[in-house]
Write a protein that binds this ligand. Structure first.
Ligand SMILES: Cc1ncc(COP(=O)(O)O)c(C=O)c1O
Length: 362
């Protein structure tokens, strides 16, 4: 019973089969030591190289400059929504936020608990279908930072450029498109994301943070909410998610063997094109949610003529081993998440299914 199906889940999401096989082969005995990675001390000589390899792998894949720290935290990207303003914002300062989907909206809600928030762009009224152009953005004078989400997982809209904040530090929630393409890390003060889409399993939050931002961290924060503490202690002021970090190191090895972020970008563009072409050539039977220029390469969101048909679509697809297609509970519709590990053949199978479904139900 080791059959694998096509898993379109938005996250936790598909992991590369080779990674799971490697983890399986080492589950009882890591490198022949007679213990699994989950049973050894995080301070042991067996775990040290794993942590290092995960960090180095990410540094190499994303060309992260040396003046950035790579941290593995817990609490998910959701905790970052609070930890960022808790650390860098106060009642006497303000930060700019771009709101182009459900997750950046949540980030604003948390930030308002700590200080003043200027929403400098919101596409809420128009249903979260777009992202702003860089030229149309005006940052506030004296903003402590600007926050945005590079790929809105629920709505399926994605920035196609690295935001340039000028003098304002840019902080980006890249939970659902990190590692899917090369990015210019030097444009950002901080990039973060839950691991459970393109990086590894749930339970680890990746934070890439520039040294000068760490210097701004106040000295009186609770230890577990203190970026400086994590940076100074190599992500291990306490027990980290050792299993998660181990899988991240394996995912990095897999990505490097596949040609890295540039190779992924090519493949991701190809996969998304196959799917968006099927939507666009359906004479309106399938309706893409996002505006064309903002279409996410990771989360393809679309509607059918009715909710009943959407239900039927998901049920029949699942029966054909195309699982996880139901849109997020807050918006409905269909969402096909096609992260790095998702194969082109799976997208082609979905397109065949869509055409067949349209013929029978259109
Ligand atoms: C873009 C984005 N930000 C934040 C989150 C929240 O992440 P977590 O569940 O790790 O807190 C998600 C979860 O799917 C997400 O897609």
């Amino acid at each position: 019973m080791n059959k694998r199906i096509y898993n379109f889940s938005a996250g936790p999401a598909i992991l590369p089969t080779e990674v799971l096989e490697k983890a399986q082969s080492e589950l009882l005995s890591l490198n022949g030591i007679g213990m699994s990675v989950m049973e050894i001390s995080h301070r042991s000589k067996h775990f040290e190289p794993i942590l290092e390899s995960a960090k180095q792998g990410l540094r190499e894949l994303l060309s992260i400059p040396n003046n950035y720290q790579i941290l593995f935290l817990q609490g998910g990207a959701s905790l970052q929504f609070a930890q960022i303003p808790m650390t860098f914002l106060s009642n006497s300062t303000s930060a700019d936020y771009i709101v182009n989907g459900a997750w950046s909206e949540k980030a604003v809600k948390e930030a308002k608990k700590f200080g003043n928030v200027n929403v400098i762009f919101s596409s809420k009224e128009s249903g979260y279908k777009s992202v702003p152009n860089q030229e149309d953005l005006r940052f506030s004078e004296n903003a402590e930072y600007i926050h945005y989400c590079s790929n809105e997982t629920i709505d399926g809209v994605e920035f196609k450029y690295d935001l340039d904040g000028g003098n304002v530090p840019v902080i980006c929630d890249a939970s659902s498109n990190i590692l899917s393409k090369p990015i210019d890390v030097s444009k950002y003060a901080m990039i973060y994301g839950g691991a459970q889409k393109n990086i590894g399993p749930s339970g680890v939050t990746l934070v890439i943070i520039r040294d000068d931002l760490i210097e701004k961290v106040p000295k009186n924060l609770p230890a577990m909410l203190d970026y400086r503490n994590f940076a100074e202690n190599g992500s291990m002021p306490n027990t980290p998610n050792t299993w998660g970090i181990y899988l991240i190191s394996l995912v990095c090895d897999w990505l490097k063997a596949k040609g890295g972020a540039a190779a992924m970008a090519k493949l991701n563009e190809q996969k998304a094109k196959v799917l968006y072409d099927a939507i666009d050539s359906s004479d309106g039977y399938f309706r893409g949610h996002a505006e064309r220029e903002a279409r996410s390469l990771m989360n393809v969101t679309f509607r059918l003529p009715s909710e009943d048909l959407e239900k039927k679509f998901c049920a029949e697809a699942a029966a054909q081993d195309l699982d996880g297609l139901k849109g997020h509970r807050s918006v409905g519709g269909i969402r096909a998440s096609i992260y790095n590990a998702f194969p082109l053949e799976g997208v082609e199978r979905l397109v065949e299914f869509m055409q067949d479904f349209n013929e029978k139900n259109g």
